[in-house]
Design a protein around this ligand. Sequence first.
Ligand SMILES: [Zn+2]
Length: 321
Amino acid sequence: MSDMIPTFRNMAIALFIGYRAMINNETPVACILVSRSTNQILSIGYNDTNRSLNGTRHAEFIAIDKVMSQIPVHDRSDIAKIQGFFGDVILYVTVEPCIMCASALKQIGIGYVVYGCGNDRFGGNGTILSIHQDKINKAYQSYGGVLRTEAVQLLRNFYIQENDSAPNPKIKKNKELENKEYPPNLDFKEYLSPEEFTEFFGDERFAASYDNRGRELTPVLNHGYTLRDILHIEDLLAVSELKEMYQEKDFEDKLENDLQNFYGLFYDIDEEGKVDFNKIITKIDQIAQINPADPADPVNQVIQVDGFTTDLDCKKRKLNK
Ligand SMILES: [Zn+2]
């Protein structure tokens, strides 16, 4: 059976970065770029559209820019060299890349992409368009559904929190999200052929999940999990860039505290890949009291421009086919 634990761990790191972004009033979408051959984290990125007031500052662009800045200047315009480099890189991102990012990833020749939940408005890796496999430039492979419910839960937390601090007509609708069950899993057969699915997720998971939208992927087949099983403080301490997301001097204590809060935000998944909604999870406002959002701050008034929803139904709406 293919060992999925490192894949889930990398996604859990990206989710944690998304959680830190949320604490800073950003939409919790985050990513890491990882070397395919060494599994080393090359850079991290998180949504920065609210702070920068720039709608193109998506997590993927930020992570790519950081890696690009490490490439010698005279090589940056050499597309063959760029593609040679990124061909050995995997992107782990909490939400399916949008059409803009999917296109950029293709141009730089990314090795492959692993994402959490589908992006039902702007998804460029199979939900709205299949940019990753169109005929322009070399196609790349993309695999969704890894820690999908956690990615959805993080987005829901964000929207519920946002509406607590900035009243608007969406309050009631978003409040209803709080205890709502998740939409079904990705319809994998609309995204991957049986061969593609099996190559990445293994044949036992193919039998269990390929045609079963009622089941979440688990790091070990037929075993339940919580994020405590997957992500540990050492994994985060190894991400040197994470320190930049903290101003405090006592970085390690804050990180440990944040990690404990982070664990509490998510439901457990049982051995059949079902979400255990009986667990009491932490509401983000309990954490937000530590970092209250100021509604007068312009940052908090432009949040709506971002294109993600918390009610991701992951339905296929292929406009190009
Ligand atoms: Zn994007």
